[in-house]
Write a protein that binds this ligand. Structure first.
Ligand SMILES: NC(=O)C[C@H](N)C(=O)O
Length: 462
């Protein structure tokens, strides 16, 4: 599949950049050149966190891919014109040009849609000189005169493809799918889409991918049928929508969103959910189209009298989910699953239950979990993690605390992706593996095993 790329061409010297501008931008640049008083070149030594970490997780420097020099500009000479060139190990060089006493114009994205850099107004104080710049995952606040420049953490998306033990032969596809979905969701965010649009896009991509236990690829119930659960939640309004034990829809996450958008209810189940899908014009798909040979093989295997479906599931789970914060600071989550292998007909797991299979609140953050649904429900895992964040824990600490509690209290294993309103994110799991990926500041992060964290440019299709 062709991936959208927002990479700019490398831009080393701002003054020579005019060839890459469109005509209106060239005019603006020319005016700006005429009226400008170049007030100095400021060298900023910006350490990448004293401990060399990114998001609190050890960054695999060796695997970090090429870093581009990037530039960002504003619409006329009265606004700051900031150029950043950086690498993970080298200092940031920023040239700062202020050319008039006029109030600053609204910042805009420079070079859309080809720029990897963007600027958004300060979301605390829309009228001040603060501008949030996107670059590699740096959180430092740069102070330049009375102008504050902070490195934006938004937008961000993190996705998972299920916690468990992924067999070697499936590891590569599992990782590729979450990377692609994270990029897909991030493209929505980069184009100005909402966090809700982004998580639904990412989860839809994973539902359409037969490598996961959601949509096509769902595990089968004891009768060999597909019954799926999904949830979405909007952190701005706390609106939520879910479907449980729904059959013959390709994308339960989209149906869950319709429950949120078009009904006064939070969850529709089984035949009622199917009727609602029909009323909404969602085409019914043949059940066979959702069933893979792999799912059928595992179903048959677990019909054996000595089989242990829960243990088997712990071996190869593949529920999918996503959390995101958009450029406006709105947060959303989405989760979708086929449930547990050989579950009883009508079994409803954690996924469609608010607070268990997901929760999003602009004031705290969002979580999308995966794991043994009954265990997740017993500890209300998503809300438990957000509770820890309300108590001052970071996304990562809170995720670890929630997962550790679930393991200790009810012997449940699982994993989560978590974000906070500032864009700090975590992908944590107590199972052996969890395929996860996140995109922030044009960097794609991903991993599968505990402690694994690779980084590459989000603009480079893998
Ligand atoms: N794979 C999973 O994460 C299973 C899902 N949590 C459920 O119990 O329905």
């Amino acid at each position: 599949m062709k991936e959208t790329c927002y990479c700019p061409q490398p831009r080393d010297v701002p003054a020579t950049d005019s060839q890459s501008l469109d005509s209106s931008e060239r005019e603006g640049e020319a005016e700006s050149e005429q009226s400008s008083l170049f007030s100095g070149l400021l060298l900023l030594l910006l350490p990448l966190g004293g401990d060399g970490t990114v998001n609190g997780t050890a960054a695999p420097q060796a695997r970090t891919s090429s870093v581009r020099r990037r530039a960002l500009s504003f619409e006329n000479g009265g606004s700051p014109d900031v150029h950043i060139g950086s690498s993970l190990l080298s200092p940031i060089v920023a040239s700062w040009r202020r050319t008039s006493h006029l109030p600053p114009p609204a910042p805009r994205i420079f070079h859309p849609p080809s720029s990897c850099m963007s600027a958004v107004p300060c979301f605390k104080c829309q009228s001040c000189y603060h501008h949030h710049l996107q670059d590699l995952c740096r959180k430092q606040l740069l102070l330049i005169g009375e102008n504050h420049i902070s490195i934006a953490m938004l937008p961000v998306i993190a996705v998972h493809g299920g916690a468990g033990h992924i067999p070697k032969e499936r590891a590569e596809v599992s990782c590729a799918g979450v990377r692609e979905a994270a990029r897909g969701g991030y493209s929505v965010l980069r184009a100005g889409g909402s966090a809700m649009d982004a998580v639904v896009e990412a989860v839809t991509m994973l539902e359409n991918n037969p490598s996961y236990n959601a949509g096509r690829g769902s595990v089968l119930n004891v009768k060999g049928e597909v019954e799926m659960d999904a949830i979405v939640m909007d952190g701005r309004t706390l609106a939520s929508g879910a479907v449980s034990a729904v059959r013959r829809v390709a994308n339960p996450v989209q149906l869950a969103r319709m429950v949120m958008d078009k009904t006064n209810h939070l969850c529709l189940t089984a035949e009622g959910a199917s009727q609602f899908a029909r009323a909404m014009g969602i085409p019914e798909v043949p059940e066979e189209s959702l069933i893979t040979d792999y799912a059928r093989m595992r179903w048959k295997k677990n019909l054996a009298p000595d089989a242990n479906p829960v243990e088997c599931q712990m071996g190869k789970m593949g529920t999918v989910g996503a959390v995101a914060v958009d450029a406006e600071g709105n947060i959303a989550c989405a989760t979708s699953t086929g449930g547990m292998i050989n579950k009883m007909e009508g079994r409803v797991g954690d996924t469609p239950c608010i607070g268990c299979g997901g929760y999003a609140d602009n004031k705290v953050g969002a979580v999308s979990p995966t794991g043994h649904g009954e265990a997740i429900m017993k500890v209300v895992l998503s809300r438990l993690i957000l509770f820890h964040m309300e108590q001052g824990k970071s996304a990562e600490e809170a995720s670890d605390l929630g997962l550790a509690y679930m393991k200790e209290r009810v012997q449940g294993l699982g994993g989560v992706v978590t974000v906070d309103p500032k864009g700090n994110w975590a992908a944590r799991f107590s199972s052996l593996q969890m395929a996860w990926a996140a995109v922030q500041n044009e960097q794609l992060h991903y991993g599968l095993y505990i402690g694994e964290h690779f980084t590459e440019s989000a603009c480079e299709p893998s």
